[in-house]
Design a protein around this ligand. Structure first.
Ligand code: EPZ
Length: 416
Protein backbone atom coordinates (compact mmCIF):
# COMPACT_ATOMS: atom_id res chain seq x y z
CA UNK A 1 0.00 0.00 0.00
CA UNK A 2 1.49 3.39 -0.84
CA UNK A 3 1.27 6.56 1.19
CA UNK A 4 2.54 10.11 1.19
CA UNK A 5 5.09 11.00 3.85
CA UNK A 6 4.79 14.72 4.50
CA UNK A 7 6.76 16.91 6.91
CA UNK A 8 4.84 20.11 7.38
CA UNK A 9 5.76 23.65 8.25
CA UNK A 10 7.36 24.82 4.99
CA UNK A 11 5.78 27.68 3.02
CA UNK A 12 5.09 26.99 -0.65
CA UNK A 13 6.53 29.08 -3.47
CA UNK A 14 6.69 28.89 -7.23
CA UNK A 15 4.71 28.41 -10.45
CA UNK A 16 2.46 25.57 -11.57
CA UNK A 17 0.52 24.75 -14.70
CA UNK A 18 -2.79 23.21 -13.70
CA UNK A 19 -3.83 19.87 -15.26
CA UNK A 20 -6.80 19.48 -17.58
CA UNK A 21 -10.19 19.08 -15.88
CA UNK A 22 -11.17 15.57 -14.79
CA UNK A 23 -14.86 16.43 -14.70
CA UNK A 24 -14.67 17.78 -18.22
CA UNK A 25 -12.56 15.17 -19.99
CA UNK A 26 -14.67 12.24 -18.73
CA UNK A 27 -18.01 13.23 -20.37
CA UNK A 28 -16.11 14.48 -23.45
CA UNK A 29 -14.46 11.07 -23.87
CA UNK A 30 -17.92 9.47 -23.64
CA UNK A 31 -19.13 11.91 -26.32
CA UNK A 32 -16.49 10.69 -28.77
CA UNK A 33 -18.68 7.61 -29.49
CA UNK A 34 -21.34 9.88 -31.01
CA UNK A 35 -19.63 9.88 -34.41
CA UNK A 36 -17.63 7.51 -36.57
CA UNK A 37 -14.01 8.57 -37.02
CA UNK A 38 -11.15 9.83 -34.87
CA UNK A 39 -11.63 12.58 -32.28
CA UNK A 40 -8.57 14.18 -30.71
CA UNK A 41 -8.69 15.53 -27.16
CA UNK A 42 -5.87 17.68 -25.79
CA UNK A 43 -4.94 18.65 -22.21
CA UNK A 44 -6.17 15.31 -20.85
CA UNK A 45 -4.92 14.64 -17.29
CA UNK A 46 -3.30 11.27 -16.55
CA UNK A 47 -5.71 9.92 -13.95
CA UNK A 48 -7.04 6.50 -13.04
CA UNK A 49 -10.57 7.74 -13.85
CA UNK A 50 -9.37 8.62 -17.36
CA UNK A 51 -7.76 5.18 -17.74
CA UNK A 52 -11.01 3.55 -16.61
CA UNK A 53 -12.95 5.55 -19.22
CA UNK A 54 -10.47 4.54 -21.93
CA UNK A 55 -11.00 0.96 -20.76
CA UNK A 56 -14.73 1.35 -21.44
CA UNK A 57 -14.08 2.86 -24.89
CA UNK A 58 -11.75 -0.01 -25.79
CA UNK A 59 -14.28 -2.54 -24.56
CA UNK A 60 -16.93 -0.93 -26.78
CA UNK A 61 -14.58 -1.54 -29.70
CA UNK A 62 -13.08 1.94 -30.16
CA UNK A 63 -9.42 2.39 -31.06
CA UNK A 64 -7.73 4.51 -28.40
CA UNK A 65 -4.24 6.05 -28.37
CA UNK A 66 -2.70 8.26 -25.68
CA UNK A 67 0.41 10.36 -26.19
CA UNK A 68 1.30 12.67 -23.32
CA UNK A 69 -1.85 14.69 -22.61
CA UNK A 70 -3.42 13.98 -26.01
CA UNK A 71 -5.94 11.18 -26.46
CA UNK A 72 -7.19 9.93 -29.85
CA UNK A 73 -10.41 7.95 -29.97
CA UNK A 74 -11.56 6.32 -33.21
CA UNK A 75 -15.18 5.29 -32.74
CA UNK A 76 -15.58 3.92 -36.29
CA UNK A 77 -14.98 0.44 -34.91
CA UNK A 78 -17.53 0.66 -32.09
CA UNK A 79 -19.18 -2.76 -32.03
CA UNK A 80 -21.13 -3.09 -28.79
CA UNK A 81 -23.17 -0.99 -26.38
CA UNK A 82 -22.92 -3.06 -23.25
CA UNK A 83 -20.53 -2.23 -20.37
CA UNK A 84 -19.87 -4.70 -17.53
CA UNK A 85 -20.12 -3.90 -13.80
CA UNK A 86 -16.40 -3.97 -13.13
CA UNK A 87 -15.76 -1.06 -15.49
CA UNK A 88 -18.89 0.91 -14.65
CA UNK A 89 -18.24 0.57 -10.93
CA UNK A 90 -14.86 2.30 -11.11
CA UNK A 91 -16.24 5.78 -11.56
CA UNK A 92 -19.40 7.89 -11.51
CA UNK A 93 -19.24 9.54 -14.89
CA UNK A 94 -19.38 6.20 -16.70
CA UNK A 95 -23.12 6.82 -16.55
CA UNK A 96 -22.76 9.43 -19.33
CA UNK A 97 -22.20 6.56 -21.76
CA UNK A 98 -25.95 5.98 -21.43
CA UNK A 99 -26.90 9.13 -23.34
CA UNK A 100 -24.02 8.85 -25.79
CA UNK A 101 -24.70 5.20 -26.72
CA UNK A 102 -28.44 5.84 -26.99
CA UNK A 103 -27.69 8.55 -29.55
CA UNK A 104 -25.14 6.48 -31.47
CA UNK A 105 -26.60 2.99 -31.29
CA UNK A 106 -30.21 3.46 -30.21
CA UNK A 107 -29.54 1.45 -27.07
CA UNK A 108 -27.22 0.78 -24.16
CA UNK A 109 -26.85 -1.77 -21.40
CA UNK A 110 -24.85 -0.64 -18.39
CA UNK A 111 -24.45 -1.41 -14.72
CA UNK A 112 -25.04 1.33 -12.19
CA UNK A 113 -22.13 3.78 -11.92
CA UNK A 114 -19.61 3.81 -9.07
CA UNK A 115 -17.64 6.78 -7.80
CA UNK A 116 -16.81 8.36 -4.43
CA UNK A 117 -19.01 7.34 -1.49
CA UNK A 118 -20.58 10.68 -0.58
CA UNK A 119 -23.95 9.40 0.61
CA UNK A 120 -26.87 8.51 -1.68
CA UNK A 121 -26.13 9.29 -5.36
CA UNK A 122 -29.28 8.31 -7.24
CA UNK A 123 -29.60 8.62 -11.05
CA UNK A 124 -33.38 9.10 -11.10
CA UNK A 125 -33.08 12.45 -12.91
CA UNK A 126 -30.89 10.88 -15.61
CA UNK A 127 -33.40 8.11 -16.24
CA UNK A 128 -36.40 10.47 -16.13
CA UNK A 129 -34.82 12.67 -18.81
CA UNK A 130 -34.00 9.72 -21.07
CA UNK A 131 -37.52 8.31 -20.69
CA UNK A 132 -39.03 11.71 -21.58
CA UNK A 133 -36.91 11.76 -24.73
CA UNK A 134 -38.49 8.47 -25.70
CA UNK A 135 -36.16 5.82 -24.38
CA UNK A 136 -37.42 2.67 -22.75
CA UNK A 137 -35.39 2.19 -19.58
CA UNK A 138 -35.52 -1.13 -17.74
CA UNK A 139 -33.79 -1.62 -14.40
CA UNK A 140 -33.17 -5.34 -13.96
CA UNK A 141 -30.73 -7.24 -11.80
CA UNK A 142 -28.60 -4.20 -11.10
CA UNK A 143 -28.41 -3.34 -14.77
CA UNK A 144 -29.81 -0.51 -16.84
CA UNK A 145 -31.19 -1.60 -20.19
CA UNK A 146 -32.07 1.34 -22.43
CA UNK A 147 -33.64 1.15 -25.87
CA UNK A 148 -34.94 3.94 -28.05
CA UNK A 149 -38.49 3.00 -29.12
CA UNK A 150 -38.27 4.14 -32.74
CA UNK A 151 -37.21 7.72 -33.16
CA UNK A 152 -36.36 9.67 -30.00
CA UNK A 153 -37.87 13.15 -30.01
CA UNK A 154 -36.77 16.40 -28.45
CA UNK A 155 -38.71 17.48 -25.36
CA UNK A 156 -38.73 20.04 -22.59
CA UNK A 157 -36.87 18.51 -19.64
CA UNK A 158 -37.20 20.14 -16.21
CA UNK A 159 -34.49 19.12 -13.76
CA UNK A 160 -35.63 19.45 -10.14
CA UNK A 161 -31.95 19.60 -9.12
CA UNK A 162 -29.29 21.14 -11.43
CA UNK A 163 -27.49 17.81 -11.60
CA UNK A 164 -24.21 17.88 -13.53
CA UNK A 165 -24.46 14.26 -14.62
CA UNK A 166 -28.14 14.41 -15.59
CA UNK A 167 -27.55 17.57 -17.63
CA UNK A 168 -24.64 15.91 -19.45
CA UNK A 169 -26.62 12.72 -20.15
CA UNK A 170 -29.58 14.73 -21.44
CA UNK A 171 -27.28 16.73 -23.76
CA UNK A 172 -25.65 13.56 -25.11
CA UNK A 173 -29.01 11.89 -25.74
CA UNK A 174 -30.68 15.01 -27.14
CA UNK A 175 -28.14 15.49 -29.97
CA UNK A 176 -29.43 12.16 -31.31
CA UNK A 177 -33.11 13.12 -31.05
CA UNK A 178 -35.28 14.66 -33.74
CA UNK A 179 -36.41 18.17 -32.89
CA UNK A 180 -35.60 20.56 -30.09
CA UNK A 181 -34.79 19.61 -26.50
CA UNK A 182 -34.86 22.29 -23.83
CA UNK A 183 -33.22 21.50 -20.52
CA UNK A 184 -34.73 23.78 -17.87
CA UNK A 185 -32.92 24.02 -14.54
CA UNK A 186 -29.70 22.74 -16.10
CA UNK A 187 -26.38 22.56 -14.26
CA UNK A 188 -24.24 25.61 -15.05
CA UNK A 189 -20.79 24.24 -14.25
CA UNK A 190 -17.89 25.23 -16.56
CA UNK A 191 -17.57 21.55 -17.47
CA UNK A 192 -21.05 21.73 -19.03
CA UNK A 193 -19.87 24.61 -21.22
CA UNK A 194 -16.83 22.59 -22.20
CA UNK A 195 -19.00 19.65 -23.22
CA UNK A 196 -21.16 22.02 -25.28
CA UNK A 197 -18.01 23.33 -27.00
CA UNK A 198 -16.95 19.79 -27.94
CA UNK A 199 -20.44 18.84 -29.17
CA UNK A 200 -20.52 21.96 -31.29
CA UNK A 201 -17.13 21.07 -32.74
CA UNK A 202 -18.72 17.71 -33.69
CA UNK A 203 -21.43 19.60 -35.61
CA UNK A 204 -24.17 19.67 -32.99
CA UNK A 205 -26.46 22.68 -32.74
CA UNK A 206 -26.65 23.54 -29.06
CA UNK A 207 -26.80 26.72 -27.01
CA UNK A 208 -27.18 28.03 -23.48
CA UNK A 209 -24.60 25.97 -21.54
CA UNK A 210 -23.47 27.95 -18.53
CA UNK A 211 -27.04 29.17 -17.99
CA UNK A 212 -30.03 27.37 -16.42
CA UNK A 213 -31.56 26.78 -19.88
CA UNK A 214 -29.86 24.70 -22.57
CA UNK A 215 -31.38 24.15 -26.01
CA UNK A 216 -30.35 21.32 -28.33
CA UNK A 217 -31.49 21.18 -31.96
CA UNK A 218 -31.11 17.45 -32.41
CA UNK A 219 -30.63 15.17 -35.38
CA UNK A 220 -27.72 17.02 -36.96
CA UNK A 221 -25.09 14.79 -38.59
CA UNK A 222 -22.09 14.56 -36.25
CA UNK A 223 -18.45 14.10 -37.15
CA UNK A 224 -15.27 13.57 -35.10
CA UNK A 225 -13.60 16.67 -33.69
CA UNK A 226 -10.52 18.08 -32.02
CA UNK A 227 -10.78 19.83 -28.64
CA UNK A 228 -8.68 21.19 -25.79
CA UNK A 229 -10.13 20.50 -22.34
CA UNK A 230 -10.37 23.38 -19.83
CA UNK A 231 -8.10 23.59 -16.79
CA UNK A 232 -9.13 21.74 -13.63
CA UNK A 233 -10.67 24.31 -11.25
CA UNK A 234 -10.78 21.74 -8.44
CA UNK A 235 -7.11 20.92 -8.73
CA UNK A 236 -6.42 24.67 -8.74
CA UNK A 237 -8.62 25.15 -5.65
CA UNK A 238 -6.67 22.40 -3.87
CA UNK A 239 -3.30 24.07 -4.60
CA UNK A 240 -4.66 27.41 -3.40
CA UNK A 241 -5.91 25.79 -0.18
CA UNK A 242 -2.44 24.26 0.25
CA UNK A 243 -0.97 27.77 0.13
CA UNK A 244 -3.67 28.92 2.56
CA UNK A 245 -2.62 26.18 4.98
CA UNK A 246 1.19 26.27 4.65
CA UNK A 247 1.64 29.92 3.69
CA UNK A 248 3.71 31.22 0.80
CA UNK A 249 3.13 32.50 -2.69
CA UNK A 250 2.09 30.55 -5.79
CA UNK A 251 1.25 31.44 -9.41
CA UNK A 252 -1.07 29.05 -11.25
CA UNK A 253 -1.57 29.03 -15.01
CA UNK A 254 -3.82 27.01 -17.29
CA UNK A 255 -7.02 27.68 -15.30
CA UNK A 256 -9.79 30.27 -15.73
CA UNK A 257 -10.24 32.46 -12.63
CA UNK A 258 -13.92 32.94 -13.50
CA UNK A 259 -14.40 29.19 -12.98
CA UNK A 260 -13.38 29.61 -9.34
CA UNK A 261 -14.97 32.89 -8.30
CA UNK A 262 -16.71 31.53 -5.21
CA UNK A 263 -13.51 29.88 -3.93
CA UNK A 264 -11.34 32.93 -4.60
CA UNK A 265 -13.71 35.24 -2.76
CA UNK A 266 -13.70 33.04 0.37
CA UNK A 267 -9.89 32.86 0.33
CA UNK A 268 -9.68 36.63 -0.07
CA UNK A 269 -12.09 37.15 2.82
CA UNK A 270 -9.82 34.86 4.88
CA UNK A 271 -6.85 37.15 4.25
CA UNK A 272 -5.18 35.77 1.13
CA UNK A 273 -3.78 38.20 -1.43
CA UNK A 274 -5.10 37.06 -4.82
CA UNK A 275 -4.44 38.38 -8.31
CA UNK A 276 -5.98 37.01 -11.46
CA UNK A 277 -5.20 37.33 -15.14
CA UNK A 278 -6.13 35.60 -18.37
CA UNK A 279 -5.87 31.93 -17.50
CA UNK A 280 -3.87 32.63 -14.34
CA UNK A 281 -4.28 33.01 -10.58
CA UNK A 282 -1.61 34.02 -8.08
CA UNK A 283 -2.05 33.83 -4.34
CA UNK A 284 0.11 34.94 -1.43
CA UNK A 285 -0.52 34.10 2.18
CA UNK A 286 1.74 35.63 4.82
CA UNK A 287 -0.33 34.49 7.81
CA UNK A 288 -2.70 31.63 8.65
CA UNK A 289 -6.17 32.07 7.13
CA UNK A 290 -8.66 33.72 9.47
CA UNK A 291 -12.27 32.57 10.00
CA UNK A 292 -14.92 33.77 7.55
CA UNK A 293 -18.71 33.90 7.18
CA UNK A 294 -20.47 30.57 6.69
CA UNK A 295 -19.45 28.58 3.61
CA UNK A 296 -22.48 26.83 2.08
CA UNK A 297 -21.91 24.47 -0.82
CA UNK A 298 -24.21 24.91 -3.80
CA UNK A 299 -24.43 24.23 -7.55
CA UNK A 300 -22.26 26.50 -9.74
CA UNK A 301 -21.79 29.46 -9.50
CA UNK A 302 -22.21 28.81 -5.77
CA UNK A 303 -19.39 27.42 -3.60
CA UNK A 304 -18.35 24.03 -5.07
CA UNK A 305 -18.77 20.99 -2.86
CA UNK A 306 -15.51 19.54 -4.31
CA UNK A 307 -13.55 22.38 -2.69
CA UNK A 308 -15.22 21.96 0.70
CA UNK A 309 -12.77 19.41 2.14
CA UNK A 310 -9.50 21.10 1.02
CA UNK A 311 -10.79 24.46 2.27
CA UNK A 312 -11.89 22.96 5.59
CA UNK A 313 -8.38 21.54 6.01
CA UNK A 314 -6.87 24.98 5.37
CA UNK A 315 -9.18 26.59 7.93
CA UNK A 316 -8.50 23.87 10.49
CA UNK A 317 -4.92 25.15 10.77
CA UNK A 318 -5.85 28.86 10.56
CA UNK A 319 -7.25 31.23 13.18
CA UNK A 320 -10.85 31.93 14.17
CA UNK A 321 -14.00 29.93 13.45
CA UNK A 322 -15.81 29.06 10.22
CA UNK A 323 -19.08 27.23 9.69
CA UNK A 324 -19.55 24.93 6.70
CA UNK A 325 -22.88 23.69 5.40
CA UNK A 326 -22.63 20.78 2.94
CA UNK A 327 -25.81 21.04 0.86
CA UNK A 328 -24.84 18.83 -2.10
CA UNK A 329 -24.06 15.45 -0.55
CA UNK A 330 -25.36 13.87 2.65
CA UNK A 331 -22.09 12.43 3.91
CA UNK A 332 -19.15 14.41 2.65
CA UNK A 333 -17.36 14.87 5.97
CA UNK A 334 -15.34 11.64 5.82
CA UNK A 335 -12.15 13.69 6.27
CA UNK A 336 -13.23 15.25 9.60
CA UNK A 337 -12.31 12.30 11.84
CA UNK A 338 -8.91 12.05 10.16
CA UNK A 339 -8.24 15.78 10.55
CA UNK A 340 -9.15 15.38 14.23
CA UNK A 341 -6.31 12.84 14.50
CA UNK A 342 -4.03 15.72 13.51
CA UNK A 343 -5.49 17.82 16.33
CA UNK A 344 -8.15 19.69 14.35
CA UNK A 345 -11.18 21.09 16.20
CA UNK A 346 -14.20 20.40 13.98
CA UNK A 347 -17.72 19.91 15.39
CA UNK A 348 -20.15 18.21 13.03
CA UNK A 349 -23.92 18.12 13.32
CA UNK A 350 -25.57 16.66 10.24
CA UNK A 351 -24.74 18.89 7.25
CA UNK A 352 -23.13 21.56 9.46
CA UNK A 353 -19.47 21.57 10.50
CA UNK A 354 -17.90 24.25 12.71
CA UNK A 355 -14.13 24.57 12.33
CA UNK A 356 -11.97 26.37 14.90
CA UNK A 357 -8.45 26.96 13.66
CA UNK A 358 -5.49 25.72 15.71
CA UNK A 359 -1.97 24.32 15.33
CA UNK A 360 -1.99 20.78 13.89
CA UNK A 361 0.49 17.98 14.41
CA UNK A 362 1.55 15.12 12.16
CA UNK A 363 -0.30 11.78 12.30
CA UNK A 364 -1.06 8.65 10.29
CA UNK A 365 -4.31 9.38 8.46
CA UNK A 366 -6.34 7.71 5.73
CA UNK A 367 -8.34 9.28 2.89
CA UNK A 368 -11.66 7.67 1.95
CA UNK A 369 -12.66 9.74 -1.07
CA UNK A 370 -10.92 11.91 -3.67
CA UNK A 371 -11.29 15.43 -2.19
CA UNK A 372 -11.18 14.18 1.40
CA UNK A 373 -7.80 12.53 0.77
CA UNK A 374 -6.50 15.72 -0.85
CA UNK A 375 -7.64 17.64 2.23
CA UNK A 376 -5.43 15.46 4.44
CA UNK A 377 -2.43 16.34 2.27
CA UNK A 378 -3.32 20.05 2.62
CA UNK A 379 -3.46 19.76 6.44
CA UNK A 380 -0.22 17.75 6.60
CA UNK A 381 1.62 20.57 4.78
CA UNK A 382 0.88 22.85 7.75
CA UNK A 383 1.16 20.30 10.57
CA UNK A 384 4.13 20.14 12.95
CA UNK A 385 6.18 17.00 12.25
CA UNK A 386 5.58 14.13 9.87
CA UNK A 387 2.27 12.73 8.60
CA UNK A 388 1.62 9.51 6.72
CA UNK A 389 -1.33 9.97 4.38
CA UNK A 390 -2.77 6.76 2.88
CA UNK A 391 -5.70 6.36 0.51
CA UNK A 392 -3.47 7.59 -2.32
CA UNK A 393 -5.56 5.55 -4.77
CA UNK A 394 -8.34 8.10 -4.30
CA UNK A 395 -6.00 10.99 -5.05
CA UNK A 396 -4.76 9.36 -8.25
CA UNK A 397 -8.35 9.39 -9.47
CA UNK A 398 -8.38 13.17 -9.69
CA UNK A 399 -4.88 14.63 -9.34
CA UNK A 400 -2.20 13.94 -11.94
CA UNK A 401 0.97 14.88 -9.97
CA UNK A 402 -0.09 16.15 -6.58
CA UNK A 403 3.09 15.06 -4.79
CA UNK A 404 5.62 16.17 -7.41
CA UNK A 405 3.79 19.47 -7.94
CA UNK A 406 3.84 20.22 -4.22
CA UNK A 407 7.47 19.15 -3.98
CA UNK A 408 8.25 21.56 -6.83
CA UNK A 409 6.70 24.30 -4.67
CA UNK A 410 9.05 23.40 -1.81
CA UNK A 411 6.93 20.96 0.18
CA UNK A 412 8.60 18.03 1.92
CA UNK A 413 6.49 15.25 0.47
CA UNK A 414 7.35 11.79 -0.72
CA UNK A 415 5.31 8.97 -2.19
CA UNK A 416 6.35 5.78 -0.41
C1 EPZ B 1 -20.49 15.85 -10.46
O1 EPZ B 1 -21.05 14.67 -9.89
C2 EPZ B 1 -18.98 15.76 -10.19
N1 EPZ B 1 -18.46 14.55 -10.79
C3 EPZ B 1 -18.73 15.72 -8.69
O2 EPZ B 1 -17.33 15.76 -8.46
C4 EPZ B 1 -19.35 16.94 -8.05
O3 EPZ B 1 -19.22 16.85 -6.66
C5 EPZ B 1 -20.84 17.06 -8.41
O4 EPZ B 1 -21.01 17.02 -9.83
C6 EPZ B 1 -21.47 18.33 -7.90
O5 EPZ B 1 -20.81 19.43 -8.35
C7 EPZ B 1 -18.21 14.54 -12.11
O6 EPZ B 1 -18.42 15.48 -12.84
C8 EPZ B 1 -17.64 13.28 -12.68
P1 EPZ B 1 -24.80 15.83 -9.46
P2 EPZ B 1 -22.56 14.21 -10.21
O7 EPZ B 1 -25.59 14.92 -10.31
O8 EPZ B 1 -22.86 14.49 -11.62
C9 EPZ B 1 -28.44 14.63 -6.61
C10 EPZ B 1 -15.23 15.06 -7.66
O9 EPZ B 1 -14.75 15.09 -6.52
N2 EPZ B 1 -28.96 13.85 -7.76
O10 EPZ B 1 -24.68 17.24 -9.86
O11 EPZ B 1 -22.73 12.87 -9.69
C11 EPZ B 1 -27.16 14.03 -6.04
O12 EPZ B 1 -27.40 12.98 -5.16
C12 EPZ B 1 -16.69 14.62 -7.87
O13 EPZ B 1 -14.61 15.37 -8.68
C13 EPZ B 1 -30.18 13.22 -7.64
O14 EPZ B 1 -30.84 13.29 -6.60
O15 EPZ B 1 -23.34 15.23 -9.25
C14 EPZ B 1 -26.51 15.23 -5.39
O16 EPZ B 1 -27.02 15.41 -4.12
C15 EPZ B 1 -17.31 14.10 -6.64
N3 EPZ B 1 -30.64 12.50 -8.70
C16 EPZ B 1 -26.93 16.38 -6.30
O17 EPZ B 1 -28.04 15.92 -7.05
C17 EPZ B 1 -29.94 12.39 -9.88
O18 EPZ B 1 -30.39 11.72 -10.81
C18 EPZ B 1 -25.84 16.84 -7.27
O19 EPZ B 1 -25.36 15.73 -7.98
C19 EPZ B 1 -28.70 13.04 -9.97
C20 EPZ B 1 -28.23 13.77 -8.90
Amino acid sequence: MCEYRITGGRPLAGRLTVQGAKNSVLPILAATVLAEGESVIHNCPRLTDVSATLGILRLLGCRVAQEGSTIRVDASTLERNCVPDRLMGELRSSVTFLGALLSRCGGAELAYPGGCQLGPRPIDLHLKALRLLGAQVLEEGGRLICRSRGEMRGQELCLSIPSVGATENAMLAAVGCRGVTTIVGAAQEPEIEDLQAFLRAMGAEIEGAGSPMIRIFGGKPLHPAEHRVIGDRMAAATYLCAVGAAGGCVALSGVEPSHLTAVLSVLEEAGADIHTGDGSISMACAAPLCGVRPVRTAPHPGFPTDAQAPLMAAFSCGTGTTMFVENMFLSRYGHVGELARMGADIQVDGRVAVVTGRRLHGAAVRGSDLRGAAALVVAALAARGESQVSGVEYILRGYENLDSDLAALGAQIQLV
